[in-house]
Design a protein around this ligand. Structure first.
Ligand code: SAH
Length: 346
């Protein structure tokens, strides 16, 4: 175990069998893996955990991803969209309490044209001096990403969802392809966005072999951010009866990604915290170093329902900031409100 960990820390890529072994460890070996990942993260970012304000801008979506609660064909989903003024107000509020990164996430909603998003980004960047804006608005054209980048957006999150073509096809309708996701992620990287990919752990039909492909994909793309959280079923989707992903497998994935990309910005996701009390803290202790509390207006939070029982209050929200600070401090870390760029950014 220690030899394998040292090999990866030394910069060597683990073999497929070694990745599978690391994914499967439990008990004492898991503790060793998580601790090693934590130490790697400490050596790069110290004891800081970066905070991002998450603004969920729209629950309208033209896509029909089988796992997602806001998929187009879910007639039960309550739809909402924030106005540009509301989005800017959320950011200003976050800025007033110290936030320096805002993540604008939403379904693929045709209302949010390039012109609309660019204007919102420009307004946030000019009224919140020194802040970073992250977008997470799904697949767009190369030209669209270029315009968003020119408007001042710093980062873009687009999980690849699965790097295994067969698995990808089981999670998505035919019109969504892994090829296009990869095209998008390549565009984002070339445009100079700090780029985030990622995947769900335990999504239906996922195998350890598909996770090995995810890890290989991450090694190749060299993203600045990686979002990894457990799959959680949503009652109004075709996957309603599928079991949720495992917390321990999620922690092993986080730790492996930290070992292969020491500088990566790695969130302890809301899904991890939603699945298990203290999940986020366990994520941090396995190598995560970002937390994204919810800054969306109260009345819309329950409508951005990607999966059942998604947390949006308490420590998961901006109102729980002092609690979140305590939770982070209780495990020996400090909450940082800085921009928290990837270390490659000058
Ligand atoms: N439209 C944007 C944002 C999608 S929501 C985009 O395409 O990037 C953000 C992430 O939530 C998704 O990438 C997906 O990995 C995750 N998600 C969706 N449904 C989920 C579920 N049932 N359980 C866990 N995570 C889910």
């Amino acid at each position: 175990m220690n030899k394998l960990i040292r090999k990866i820390i030394g910069g060597a890529s683990p073999t497929d069998e070694e990745v599978k072994h690391l994914l499967s460890v439990d008990g004492e070996d898991a503790a060793v893996l998580h601790q090693a990942a934590r130490e790697v993260c400490d050596s790069v970012y110290g004891k800081k955990v970066f905070i991002r304000g998450l603004i969920e801008i729209s629950s309208y979506c033209k896509n029909d991803c089988l796992y997602c609660g806001i998929r187009r064909s879910n007639r039960c989903a309550e739809r909402y969209r924030l106005t540009p003024d509301e989005i800017v107000e959320c950011a200003l509020y976050g800025y007033s309490i110290g936030f320096r990164t805002f993540v604008l996430q939403g379904g693929e909603d045709g209302y949010f044209t390039d012109a609309v998003v660019c204007r919102v980004v420009e307004r946030i960047k000019s009224s919140c001096e020194g802040c970073a804006v992250t977008l997470s608005l799904g697949e767009r054209s190369t030209d669209s990403y270029a315009q968003l980048r020119r408007s001042g957006a710093d980062r873009y999150l687009l999980r690849h969802e699965s790097a295994d073509f067969e698995h990808y096809a089981k999670l998505h309708p035919r019109e969504l392809t892994l090829e296009n996701r990869i095209r998008c992620l390549g565009d984002l990287k070339s445009l100079g966005f700090q780029t985030g990919c990622g995947f769900m752990v335990g999504s239906p039909h996922q195998t350890l072999d598909s996770i090995v492909k995810d890890i290989r994909f991450i090694e190749e793309l060299q993203p600045e951010m990686v979002g990894i959280g457990p799959f959680i079923p949503h009652r109004d989707t075709p996957f309603r009866d599928s079991p949720a992903g495992s917390v321990s497998l999620t922690l092993n994935c986080l730790a492996i990604v930290r070992l292969i990309l020491p500088k990566v910005l790695l969130p302890a996701t809301t899904a991890l915290g939603s699945l298990e009390g203290g999940g986020r803290e366990r994520g941090i202790l396995a190598g995560a170093n970002v937390v994204m509390p919810n800054l969306s207006p109260h009345d819309v939070r329950r409508k951005y329902s990607l999966y059942d029982n998604k947390l949006s209050t308490g420590v998961e929200s901006v109102e729980g900031l002092s609690e979140l600070r305590k939770a982070i401090e209780s495990i020996g870390y400090v909450m940082s409100l800085e921009r928290g760029d990837h270390l490659s950014v000058k």
